[in-house]
Design a protein around this ligand. Structure first.
Ligand code: ADP
Ligand code: MG
Length: 481
């Protein structure tokens, strides 16, 4: 039997406001426990929540970026459940009337094709506090700093058909919220996390299978692993004559397994109802238009522009525009070089990215600035150094040894363009390789074009990579006639 995977994601993006969604308490990460929770966050009697205007603006920005509807009215609802990290006994969320509805984004698949993924809704809600199990013996500590932190929950349609598609979707949303400046996207700090709903069905069957929900996954790699594991588990189950039960499961990256947390029967009945402490949010067409004016250029538009304006290939353009800061880096570099944009892209997506990954750094923490890289590429273009030597220059720049020009000077890496000096090397190589010369002379022109590579290689080696390859080629061709 052939199975098809069906996936829908619920992504929680923490909105990058300074204060909480319904109170003035700070949202800064890493503060001492319970120093950033005020009376509202603690749910003390007599307090009233007040909506942070900024979270509404941010949610609308997201809605516009995914081509969604922004309803004239949206309503906050109470989601009732008991848990020690939820002092009010309910979480303020949105239920029937979310602030964003019916959007979509396009993801790019491995074969370069694009696929549209529907986004059912995005709603505003507050985060809960955190239980702390370490350092309290048999007891549990509660840190309420996170209580009331604003979240945008982004719910997709069950449109994804593989773990790769789910990762690609998650990356696209990640890229989008960072472009919009509404979420810092820091997954280690939990600012961007997701629940993956996974089911399988016999290929060709229309009806969806029963889904399991994998909770709180905070890395792209884990999403992929967790989904693949879950699909295998469900296939095994069904092929052994069993049944998938609707349940919530937890992915454990250390053991690389998923475990059941609770089944549908044990699931809470949240008794949602509109929160009487909060008025509906009413948005006018003018407000939406003025927010639309503030939108930055978004990833898809930037990607198209890079292809048109700089002549980049699709793939490099896609990689460079996934992150706004990376795109800016590229543009500064390409503008300074003022030609050879594709060469800039090659260096950024090749050498630079490798160096960043090696040290687990973000583009903003790069040891080599866009200007430094541009200055080096200018030296390749004006034939001061070859592309090969440039790798050495790049490494030295990365290691803090100075600018390209300083390094070229200090390490004596200038390309040899003195024809006399190159001619001498060419003569040496020809006289030292009698057999190859004979073979070359006896070959037809197409074959000669290949064989000449050997001689070029020898000359380059003897010049320690510094001879100008164009000149070497030309001289060899003349001398080997
Ligand atoms: P809940 O509120 O219980 O989590 P929703 O109906 O809001 O349920 O769905 C949550 C997510 O589950 C959505 O992203 C949706 O696309 C996805 N989903 C729903 N049914 C399935 C299914 N059969 N297989 C995979 N994903 C599903
Ligand atoms: Mg859910």
């Amino acid at each position: 039997m052939e199975w098809e995977t069906v996936i829908g994601l619920e992504i929680h993006a923490q909105l990058a406001t300074h204060s909480k969604i319904f109170s003035g308490a700070a949202t800064e990460y890493g503060a001492q426990a319970n120093t950033q929770a005020c009376a509202v966050d603690l749910g003390l009697p007599g307090v009233l929540p007040v909506v942070n205007r900024e979270v509404v603006t941010m949610a609308i920005k997201f809605g516009l970026a995914i081509d969604a509807t922004i309803p004239e009215q949206s309503v906050f609802a109470r989601k009732n459940y008991f848990y020690p990290d939820l002092p009010k006994g309910y979480q303020i969320s949105q239920f029937e009337l979310p602030i964003v509805a019916n959007g979509h984004i396009d993801i790019t698949l491995a074969d370069g094709k694009s696929k549209r993924i529907g986004i059912t809704r995005a709603h505003l809600e507050e985060d809960a506090g955190k239980s702390v199990h370490e350092g309290f013996g048999d007891n549990t500590g509660i840190d309420l700093n996170r209580a009331g932190t604003p979240l945008l929950e982004i719910v997709s349609e069950p449109d994804m058909r593989s773990a790769e598609e789910a990762v690609s979707y998650m990356k696209k949303i990640h890229s989008l919220v960072r472009y919009l400046g509404i979420c810092d996207g820091n997954m280690q700090e939990g600012s961007f996390r997701c629940d993956a709903n996974v089911s399988i069905r016999p290929k060709g069957q229309e009806e969806f299978g029963t889904r399991a929900e994998l909770k709180n996954i905070n890395s792209f790699r884990f999403v992929e692993q967790a989904i693949n594991l879950e699909v295998e588990r469900q296939i095994d189950l069904l092929e052994d004559g069993g049944e998938v039960v609707q349940e919530t499961r937890l992915y454990d990256p250390d053991k690389n397994e998923t475990r059941s947390m609770r089944s549908k029967e044990e699931a809470n009945d949240y008794r949602y109802f509109p929160d009487p402490d909060l008025l509906p949010i009413c948005i006018s067409a003018e407000q939406i238009e003025s927010i639309r004016q503030e939108l930055p250029e978004l990833p898809d538009a930037k990607r198209e522009r890079f292809i048109k304006e700089y002549g980049l290939n699709e793939n490099d353009s896609l990689i460079l525009t996934a992150q706004n800061d990376l795109a800016d880096y590229f543009e500064s570099c390409a503008k300074k070089v003022n030609s050879s944009a594709q060469l800039c892209a090659n260096w950024i997506n090749g050498e630079l990215t490798a160096a960043l990954n090696r040290e687990n750094k973000d583009i903003n923490q790069s040891n080599v600035t866009a200007e430094m890289l541009a200055d080096m590429i200018i030296r390749i273009n004006d034939d001061t150094i070859s592309g090969k030597i440039a790798k050495q220059v790049f490494e030295s720049m990365w290691n803090g040894e100075g600018t390209a020009d300083e390094i070229i000077e200090k390490k004596n890496l200038k390309q040899v363009t003195d024809t006399g000096a190159i001619e001498k090397l060419v003569d040496d190589v020809i006289s030292q390789n009698d057999n190859q010369v004979k073979q070359y002379l006896a070959s037809p022109p197409e074959k000669q074009a290949k064989l000449i590579g050997f001689f070029v290689g020898q000359v380059m080696k003897q010049s320690q990579g510094k001879a100008n390859p164009k000149q070497v080629n030309q001289l060899l061709r003349e001398k080997l006639k």
